[in-house]
Design a binder for this molecule. Structure first.
Ligand code: KG4
Ligand code: ZN
Length: 380
C-alpha cells in the first residue's frame, strides 16, 4: 500500500486546525490556531465570534500545515473534515472550505465525527510509537469541554463501529472546570488553570458527592438483559461550589481577583496563584478531586462490566495531570492498560481528524457532495 497523505481540517469549536498525516500513523504537520484570546473576556466560547475567527484563520492555517509538511494541494490524497458534533457556524467554515478544496482538486472528501477523531488521536500516536497491538474490546472515555462519553470501539476490517455505554446527562466535565473557574474569578479556560492550582490546595478540604444515576430497567420481558449504562452529571457540583462560595462569604475576594486578572492579557499560573487565597485553593483542589474521582470510578466500573481489554482516555480534560495519575493508578490495580494522547493531541486538533479518516479512505467511505454540518452528530 503506497503512503497516503490526508489533509485534515477541524473547526468544531474554538480552534482552527489543519494537519497532514501519513497513512493514519505519522503526523507530518499539525497546526492549531487557538481563539482563546478572543473568547477570554467573555469567559466562554461565543459562537458568532468563533465562526468569524475560523473564517479569518482557515486559509493561513491550511497553508501553514501544507508548507510544514512540504506538500502542495496537489500532493495530498484526500481532504478530511469534522462534520460534527460542534457549533454549527464554526463547523460550516471548515466544511465549506474542505468541500471547495476537494471539488477544485478533484480529491476525495472524507467526513469525520469529532469524537471519533479524539479516539483516533490515541491510536495514531500508539502506531507512531510502533505499537500496533491494541487489544479489544476497547473502552474510550472522551472527556472534553463539550463531551463526556464512554464508547466501546470495535474494528471489523477497515471499518470502526462504536457503542455508546455512557454519557453526561447535563454538563460535560470540561464545562464544569470552565464554569467553576469562571465563578471563582480564575479566568478562562478553566481546565488548565485548575490543573495548575489544585496541587496548592487540600483535595480533602471540601466534600462533594455525586448522585448515583439510576437507570430505568429497560429490559423487556423475555428479551436478553441489557448491559448497564454509566452516565455522568456535572451540573450539581457547579451549584455546590456556588453555594460554598455564598455560605463562606468568598464573593468579595473573588471580585477583587477577577478585577486584577482582567488587567493582565495572558495571566500565568504565578499571576493567578498570587491572587488565590487558601480557601479558594482548597475549594479548587477538592472540586478537581471529586470530578476526577467520579470519572475514574464510573469508567473503571464500565471497563469491568464490559470486560474491556484496553482503556483510552482522550479529549481536552485528558490533559489534566491528576486525572492521568489517578487513571494510571486505578487501571493498573485492575490490570487494565490505559493510553492517553500526548497533551497537544488531547485538545482539539486536525491530526486526529486526518488519522480517523484513513480507514475511511481505504474503504472508499467518502462524503456526499451535499455534506453539511451536523451539530449533534452521533457516533456509531
Ligand atoms: O477537546 P477540547 O479542546 O474541546 C472540546 O472538544 O470540547 O477540550 C477543551 C476542554 C475545556 O473545557 C478545557 O477547560 C479542558 O478541555 N481542559 C482541561 C485541561 N486542559 C484543557 N481540563 C482539565 N485539565 C486540563 N489540563
Ligand atoms: Zn474536542
Amino acid at each position: 500500500m503506497p503512503d497516503t497523505y490526508i489533509l485534515g481540517i477541524e473547526s468544531s469549536c474554538d480552534e482552527t486546525a489543519a494537519a497532514v498525516v501519513r497513512s493514519g500513523e505519522q503526523v507530518i504537520s499539525n497546526v492549531v490556531f487557538s481563539q482563546i484570546a478572543t473568547h477570554r473576556p467573555y469567559g466562554g466560547v461565543v459562537p458568532e465570534l468563533a465562526s468569524r475567527e475560523h473564517l479569518r484563520a482557515i486559509l493561513p492555517v491550511v497553508r501553514t500545515a501544507l508548507a510544514e509538511a512540504e506538500r502542495s494541494y496537489e500532493t495530498v490524497d484526500a481532504i478530511a473534515v469534522t462534520r460534527g458534533p460542534g457549533l454549527p457556524g464554526a463547523l460550516l467554515v471548515g466544511i465549506s472550505f474542505a468541500k471547495a478544496l476537494a471539488y477544485a482538486l478533484d480529491k476525495p472528501l472524507i467526513a469525520v465525527n469529532h469524537l471519533e477523531g479524539h479516539i483516533h488521536a490515541v491510536l495514531l500516536e500508539e502506531r507512531q510509537k510502533g505499537n500496533r497491538d491494541v487489544p479489544f474490546p476497547l473502552l474510550a472515555l472522551v472527556v472534553s469541554g463539550g463531551h463526556t462519553h464512554l464508547y466501546l470501539a470495535e474494528q471489523r476490517g477497515q471499518s470502526w463501529t462504536y457503542q455508546n455505554i455512557g454519557h453526561t446527562r447535563d454538563d460535560a466535565a470540561g464545562e464544569a472546570f470552565d464554569k467553576v473557574a469562571k465563578l471563582l474569578g480564575l479566568g478562562y479556560p478553566g481546565g488548565p488553570v485548575i490543573d495548575q492550582l489544585a496541587p496548592h490546595g487540600n483535595p480533602q478540604a471540601v466534600r462533594f458527592t455525586f448522585a448515583q444515576i439510576k437507570h430505568r430497567d429497560r429490559q423487556q420481558r423475555g428479551a436478553a438483559p441489557e448491559r448497564p449504562h454509566f452516565d455522568f452529571s456535572f451540573s450539581g457540583i457547579k451549584t455546590a461550589v456556588l453555594r460554598y462560595v455564598e455560605t463562606h462569604h468568598m464573593q468579595r475576594v473573588i471580585d477583587a481577583r477577577r478585577a486584577v486578572l482582567a488587567e493582565i492579557p495572558k495571566p500565568t499560573t504565578e499571576d493567578v496563584l498570587r491572587v488565590s487565597d487558601p480557601m479558594t485553593l482548597d475549594l479548587v483542589a477538592s472540586f478537581q478531586n471529586a470530578v476526577i474521582g467520579d470519572l475514574a470510578e464510573k469508567t473503571l466500573a464500565a471497563a469491568r462490566a464490559y470486560d474491556a481489554a484496553t482503556l483510552f482516555v482522550t479529549g481536552g480534560v485528558a490533559a489534566n495531570s491528576e486525572l492521568r495519575r489517578r487513571f494510571e493508578e486505578q487501571a493498573a490495580q485492575q490490570g487494565l492498560p490505559v493510553f492517553f494522547p500526548s497533551r497537544p493531541l488531547s485538545t482539539d486538533n486536525a491530526a486526529m481528524i486526518a488519522a480517523a479518516a484513513y480507514p475511511k479512505f481505504l474503504s472508499h467511505d467518502f462524503a456526499e457532495p451535499e455534506l453539511s454540518a451536523e451539530a449533534g452528530a452521533q457516533l456509531r
